[in-house]
Structures are given as C-alpha cells and as structure tokens.
Design a protein around this ligand. Structure first.
Ligand SMILES: Cc1cc2nc3c(=O)[nH]c(=O)nc-3n(C[C@H](O)[C@H](O)[C@H](O)COP(=O)(O)OP(=O)(O)OC[C@H]3O[C@@H](n4cnc5c(N)ncnc54)[C@H](O)[C@@H]3O)c2cc1C
Length: 445
C-alpha cells in the first residue's frame, strides 16, 4: 500500500483517487475550500462519454434534454447559426457543486479521505523527486502527489525548473471569465432562441452568452484580456440590451474564473508527481470544457499507477499515463488548439464574413465544439473553406497557416516517444513547446 496525496478536489484528481483507493492505496485529497463551497456555483455541460470511459455511473438527473446553441454574429444583417440540438455527442447538464459532491461521495465510499480548508502551497522536494506537499504550514510526505489544483496550481508553479514542466500559460492560453445568474422577469419578451453566444463588440478577443432558463438568465463574459468590474458592468449592459427578460439583480454566481484554452502541457509527470485536468491545461481548446478530459485523464492515471506493482511512481512508471493520455485525448486536443490559435489573428470582420457566407455549418461547429471532428475531416474542411473564401486574402492566409501548422504538428506527433527515457521526453517537449510558441500570436500592446 502506498501513500497518495491529491492536491485539490479537481475532477481528474477525484477520479484517480477513487480507483487508487480501490487498489488498496491510502489516498487523501487536500482541498483549499471548505466542504460546502467546493466547485463553481454554476451549471455546465459535460460530455457523457467521459463518465462511461471512467466507469462512473451516470445518475439520471444529470441527463439533459438536447440543447441548441445559437451563435449571434457581429452585424445585425447576418443570420445567427443554431447548432443541432442532438449534437455528435451526449451532453449531461450538471450543477457543478452537486456533481463534485457526487464524485466525492463515490470516492469516500471507496475509502478516500478528504481534508477541507487545506490550501497546498507547494511541493516538498527530495532531490529530484516530488516527495510530498506543504499545506497549511505542514510538511506532508507521500509516495505519489497528484496535482489536481486547477489552472493556477501552486504545486505546478513551484516545481523546480529542471523537471521541464511548464509553469505559466501564455496570454492567449487563458480565457478570463465572469459568470452570473439573474432572475428572469416574467411577461417580458425573450429572444427567439434560448442559448445565445454573442461575438459582438469583442470580435476575436472574447465572447458573451446569455442562456434563458425557466426562471433565470445565465450570463457568461469571456475574453483574453484581463477583466475587472468595470469590464463586467459594460459586458452585462451589452448582454442585457439583447435580453430584456434579464433582471438587474444578481440571483447567484457572480464570480471570476480562468479557463485554459490551449494544448495540454508537454510534460505531465515527474518522479513522484502527475498532473491532471486544468493543472496540466487539459481542456477542449475551442470552448474550454475541461471536466471530461480531466475525468478521462484521472482514469488513465489510475490505470497506469495500478500497473506499477512495485509502487515506484517515478517518471518511468508514470510514463504510461502521459503516453496513453496523449494517444486517447491529448493529440486530438492539440489539433483543436491549432485551429483555436488562428482566432486571435483574425479580425472581427473576418469572423462576421464567415457567418455571412454560411462558411461554417452547424454540424461542423457542433463537431468542433464537441472535439469529435476527425483529423482527416479537419483538413478537408479547411481546404473547402479555402476554396469558398479564397477571394479574401487575409482569410486565405489564415487557412493556409492552419494547413501548414497541421503539417508541422504531424511531425511533432510522429516523434512522440514510444518508450520512456528522460532525454527523449525532454527533447520531444522542447519540440512540442517550440511548435506552439511559434504559432501563438504575441499579446496586443
Ligand atoms: C465559466 C466557466 C465555464 C465552464 N464551462 C464548462 C463546461 O461547460 N464544461 C466543462 O467540461 N468544463 C467547463 N469549464 C471548465 C472546467 O471548469 C474545468 O476545466 C474543470 O473544472 C476541470 O478542472 P479540474 O478538475 O482540473 O480542476 P478544478 O475544477 O479547477 O478544481 C481544482 C480544485 O483545486 C482546488 N485548489 C486550487 N488551489 C488549491 C490549493 N492551493 N490547495 C488545495 N486546493 C486547491 C480548487 O478549490 C478546486 O476545488 C468551465 C469553466 C469556467 C470558468
């Protein structure tokens, strides 16, 4: 039996904890929040296939009726695009706190211990090995530390440089968000469609949404530039102009949170350490959904750790986790990250033209949003768009860039090590990071 610490009650960490405890390990999760406030105060969609993959039973109340998302373009004379409600994958609709409480309950049944109000401040190092954590001024040792402390994980940030694990995301790697729920005013006309994403004003720097529910309006403001309360006021005002049914008073929520929208970290493991979920930047890069990838990663990590029968938990035995994660999820996420990387280069006018010419079909948007578009289909789609929009030089350049980037990335993917060696992993990570650095737009001044 080994002693395993999970830093942060993230989805991937809890999933790994559950299975590792079933394997007979002594697993403790250290979470900075108090029990009642773990998880975001919001409702989100979760790709059901992740729970099937992880062997986690789906309670019926999480199954959502089909949702139709409508993209409302920049100019009024351009028709909105509504995605098919069925989509190419099954979405669950989860109250985030209830969903985490469900996962935590399953883990507790398997013997996982949870310590709340315990902020982890960093790793404990013994030579090159992560040998534990510091939490609340205490030093706590373990055989394996799983980092599930989210996008700003202090564990990841405080790892020594020589481990090669990327510490800080770049400017266009993070969407800053504000999410709030407002009462829905009765007897006031609502927009024709209930779930509207506005690409107005912010152009390619962000978007806003308003989802009209039975008695609430769910508002999200999301953008790459940092956001403060004056930006929030401006954003809420803009959304309320299209949504007269939205009451001025906040019902609940009203919080800032950051979402990684990028490729997964190049190195997920070290001796005694593995990162899952947002702490390793594992989201669908085009929309920032990360629960599904985190849960899949947690299961893949638990499977790899179960194979480590001597309980070494070093980079060599944890390599199976990194390898299988990239094959199952990571490389597909990278291709979406490449498509996403073009957005900051585009002008709001170009985005508008895309909608105007009906360039992106609702089926394609749905597949891209769900991360279910196969590699071959991405390339065909880009070539088709190139033909249709070839008369706009900037757009032609952007599509040509995507094709070139996909080609260059294929050679990065091809050199992914099939077996572990520290040297080959670090060499590959350098290639991977250099590739993404080379396509990333520098931040605006
Ligand atoms: C506005 C918004 C909308 C989103 N919509 C969706 C969606 O529709 N679908 C979807 O799948 N995803 C969505 N996401 C993304 C999703 O929230 C994350 O990708 C997901 O939570 C995965 O993160 P995680 O499980 O890795 O960890 P997190 O959920 O980030 O959890 C990390 C945990 O670690 C704790 N923690 C942090 N620091 C410390 C510390 N120092 N010590 C101890 N504990 C610590 C935190 O309190 C938290 O409990 C959305 C995110 C936002 C902000």
């Amino acid at each position: 039996m080994s002693r395993i610490i999970v830093a942060g009650a993230g989805h991937g960490g809890i999933t790994a904890a559950l299975y590792l405890s079933m394997e007979g390990h002594d697993v403790t999760v250290y979470e900075k929040q108090e029990k009642d406030s773990v998880g975001l105060d919001q409702r989100d969609f979760l790709d059901a296939s992740a729970l099937d993959f992880a062997g986690i039973k789906i309670p019926e109340e999480f199954r959502a009726p089909g949702n139709s998302i409508t993209f409302v373009p920049l100019e009024d004379d351009v028709a909105p695009v509504t995605l098919p409600s069925a989509g190419s994958y099954e979405n669950l609709s989860v109250n985030r706190r209830e969903f985490l409480a469900y996962l935590i309950g399953l883990a507790e049944q398997e013997g996982v211990n949870f310590v709340y109000g315990a902020p982890v401040s960093g790793p404990l190092m013994l030579g090159s090995r992560v040998a534990g954590i510091e939490a609340g001024g205490e030093k706590i040792y373990a055989d394996l530390v799983i980092d599930a402390a989210g996008v700003h994980s202090p564990l990841r940030k405080n790892l020594p440089e020589f481990l090669g694990i990327e510490k800080e995301p770049a400017y266009y790697d993070i969407l800053h968000t504000y999410r709030a729920y407002f009462d829905r005013l009765p007897d006031v006309q609502t927009p024709d469609t209930p779930y509207n994403i506005y690409v107005k004003e912010d152009g390619t720097q962000g978007f806003r949404w308003a989802i009209t529910e039975k008695d609430k309006v769910d508002v999200l403001l999301a953008r790459f530039p940092a956001m403060d309360y004056s930006d929030v006021a401006q954003g809420l005002f803009a959304v309320s102009e299209f949504n007269p049914q939205m009451d001025k008073n906040l019902s609940h929520g009203g919080h800032f949170a950051d979402i990684p929208v990028r490729q997964p970290g190049a190195i997920l493991i070290a001796d005694g350490y593995a990162a899952v979920g947002d702490s390793a930047f594992m989201t669908y890069p085009l929309k920032g959904s990360g629960m599904a990838y985190a849960i899949k990663a947690g299961k893949i990590l638990a499977d790899a750790a179960a194979d480590d029968i001597d309980g070494l938990f070093n980079a060599e035995t944890l390599w199976k986790y990194q390898h299988d994660f990239f094959k199952e999820v990571g490389f597909a996420a990278c291709r979406l990250a490449i498509i996403k990387s073009i957005l900051p280069y585009m002008t709001a006018g170009e985005i508008n033209e895309i909608f105007k010419r009906g360039l992106v079909s609702s089926e394609e948007l749905s597949m891209l949003a769900g991360g279910t578009m196969p590699k071959s289909r991405i390339l065909t789609a880009v070539r088709e768009k190139l033909k249709i929009m070839g008369d706009i030089p900037e757009f032609r350049d952007h599509m040509t860039d995507i094709l070139g980037w996909m080609g260059r990335f294929a050679s990065v993917e091809a050199t992914f090590p099939s077996k572990y060696s520290a040297e080959s992993l670090h060499k590959w990570a350098l290639r991977y990071n250099r590739f993404f650095d080379s396509i990333r737009k520098p931040p605006e001044d």
